[in-house]
Design a protein. Structure first.
Length: 225
């Protein structure tokens, strides 16, 4: 829980570092949450009451350094504060705890299964998601829900998150030209939301089909454009 004396003069986001200054040691640690953020930006384009942070520090205690998940989601906050965007996520300014934290595990462990998991539980982050693409004998995706102060593992390759209104899961796909397993958002029926590249490909295919139909009708689409 966030503990501080309201009479103290607390630092603002402008006064605090935006991360722990420790770079990610695997490209997936940036790309995977980046894809989740990009999909949300499309499916929630008309909503401005959410924020998805990528490799951004969460300040939960003025006397402690930030915890920096690879990704996190907050609901009920302003998506865009101003043109300079957020420098960090400061709980005594935001007043909303993230509802989900995401950690992507690489060969170099950063406490994803130990002290980070414990800290998120203490902060009362409702969902803790751990994705370990290097796993072979266990499922790579683990989704935990906070129940009575403890994280309880949820079952299934795709886990429905009712408070968010989405499911999270993984399957093969292509993002930034890279084909592999990625984390995706799904609707309640289990239908996956498309990546930006997939939407662009579908739009281009539709445009090509329309152009071909116009040509069959004797209309030059290039003249129309």
């Amino acid at each position: 829980m966030l503990n501080y004396n309201p009479l103290h003069c607390l630092p603002s986001a402008e006064d605090l570092p935006d991360s722990d200054d420790e770079p990610v040691d695997n490209q997936l640690q940036h790309l995977i949450p980046g894809l989740l953020e990009a999909i949300l930006a499309w499916i929630w384009a008309s909503q401005m009451n959410w924020f998805f942070g990528v490799d951004m520090g969460i300040y939960y205690d003025p006397e402690q350094p930030p915890i920096v998940p690879n990704g996190f989601l907050s609901l009920g906050v302003e998506r865009v504060l101003d043109e300079n965007l957020r420098l960090s996520y400061v709980l005594w300014e935001e007043k909303v705890m993230p509802i989900m934290a995401l950690e992507v595990v690489s060969h170099r462990r950063r406490g994803e299964y130990t002290h980070k998991k414990k800290r998120y539980a203490q902060m009362e982050v409702l969902y803790y998601v751990v994705y370990n693409p290097q796993r072979r004998k266990k499922p790579p995706l683990e989704v935990y829900r906070l129940i009575n102060g403890e994280y309880v593992l949820q079952t299934g390759d795709r886990v429905w998150l009712p408070e968010i209104g989405l499911a999270i899961g993984y399957e093969p796909g292509t993002y930034q030209g890279i084909t592999r397993d990625w984390l995706y958002w799904y609707n309640e029926q289990g239908i996956r939301f498309l990546s930006p590249e997939e939407r662009a490909i579908i739009a281009e295919q539709r445009a090509q089909r329309l152009a071909e139909e116009l040509r069959r009708l004797g209309i030059d689409p290039d003249v129309l454009s």
